[in-house]
Design a protein around this ligand. Structure first.
Ligand SMILES: [Zn+2]
Ligand SMILES: [Zn+2]
Length: 278
């Protein structure tokens, strides 16, 4: 979800509240098995779009792909209101200013801002965001999604309602969106708190093994801040990184290539050091 438009301050809270109430109402009124199946499928596609698409591809360019599959990744992320141009710009600002007052989301700026409010307004103008994503603004199809980021997700939400009624809309779409948003916010929040820091990066990033499993690898966040340009977040065999395994399968199928690995000199460099920039 994104918007850098000036919004009334109460609107994010109202939207978040409305989104949370829909699945609860649907469960009380009675949901169907198919609603939960749609929820699972949309959540998995969204998570893949956000983690592999927005984060590892568009923000960090940690592997290469065709222009067609690039747009497929864009569409998957768009299920949960993702916008590659905006996300890449915003996320690169996160790596540049991690855990300072200029960060776009840090737990040290407060729970509400980090978890919810920064989804709607991260404190930067559209021009400042676009300036960090010049490599993506040259693609007309990505800029079209940037300007109309709401069309695809609203169409999917409408389709769930037309096919399965209110319960499929509330469980199938709203709940899958909520899960995707909470998973992303949990990484933004919990992976910049705590003490599980293998690498002495200049920020406060941490590895969180629970989130590492729940978010398909995105929770190995201290690893990621140590070397953001790699296609993998789990650096060692015991760090489950489902998204990396999926990328390996996609590379065998020829859909992606040139996955950037972690050089041993980086992997075993535990000395205090400046971050390797994205
Ligand atoms: Zn981070
Ligand atoms: Zn990153």
């Amino acid at each position: 979800m994104r918007t850098s438009m000036a919004l009334p301050r109460a609107l994010p809270a109202l939207l978040i509240l409305l989104l949370h109430t829909q699945p609860i109402i649907a469960v009380v009124r009675g949901a169907h098995v198919i609603d939960w199946i749609v929820c699972t499928v949309l959540y998995l596609l969204s998570a893949f779009g956000l983690g592999v698409g927005l984060h590892r591809y568009f923000a960090h360019r940690s592997f290469e792909t065709s222009r067609a599959f690039q747009f497929v990744l864009c569409l998957f992320s768009s299920i949960a209101f993702g916008d590659p141009v905006w996300f890449a710009g915003k996320h690169r600002l996160h790596h540049k200013h991690s855990d300072t007052n200029l960060d776009v989301h840090s737990p040290h700026q407060g729970f509400w801002f980090c978890w919810f409010a920064s989804i709607f307004d991260e404190g930067y103008s559209d021009e400042e965001i676009l300036a960090k994503a010049r490599d993506l603004t040259r693609y007309p199809e990505l800029m079209w999604i940037h300007r109309h980021y709401y069309i695809f997700p609203v169409a999917i939400a409408a389709a769930t309602y037309l096919v399965g009624g209110y319960s499929m809309f509330a469980i199938g779409y709203c709940l899958s969106l909520l899960l995707a948003l909470h998973a992303a916010s949990a990484v933004n929040y919990y992976c910049h708190k705590g003490k599980n820091r293998r690498y002495d990066t200049q920020d406060r990033s941490t590895n969180n093994s629970v989130l590492g499993v729940l978010t398909f690898g995105e929770g190995w966040h201290n690893n990621h801040h140590h070397y953001p340009g790699t296609a993998r977040a789990g650096f060692f065999w015991w760090e489950l990184d489902v998204f990396y395994y999926v990328l390996r399968i996609l590379s065998v199928l020829g859909l992606v290539w040139n996955l950037r690995e972690v050089p041993n000199r980086v992997k075993y460099d535990f000395a205090p050091s400046p971050n390797v920039k994205a």
